[in-house]
Design a protein around this ligand. Structure first.
Ligand SMILES: [Zn+2]
Length: 111
């Protein structure tokens, strides 16, 4: 992350810029959240796989922005939720198929 007023590279825990003394958190609070991270978190509830993909895209975009974009937490949340939902859906589908097969009369099953 760099200082918003002088461009000095800052420690991620820095509260004040070591070069010009500007308060770091004021600039961080005013930074726009990466739109993709928000889109990822919304889409993950409808299409988990899309949320995962957008989450990774958002994270790399935030990483490459060198501190000019925030929202890494949102992107990470989208990725984690995306995996949880995907695995849940797969398990649900597998159980549903298993139950369907279990309740199918033997005469309909092909050996
Ligand atoms: Zn500075």
């Amino acid at each position: 992350m760099n200082c918003a007023s002088c461009g000095q590279e800052l420690d991620s825990r820095a509260i004040f810029c070591s070069k010009c003394g500007s308060a770091v958190d004021i600039y961080v609070a005013g930074l726009p959240t990466a739109g993709i991270a928000v889109a990822a978190l919304i889409s993950v509830f409808f299409v988990p796989v899309l949320g995962i993909v957008l989450g990774y895209v958002a994270r790399s975009e935030i990483k490459n922005s060198r501190g000019t974009k925030v929202g890494r937490g949102l992107a990470t949340a989208a990725i984690v939720l995306g995996w949880v939902f995907s695995i849940s859906y797969i398990l649900f589908f597998v159980i549903w198929i298993a139950l369907l097969l279990a309740s199918t009369p033997d005469s309909l099953l092909v050996d």
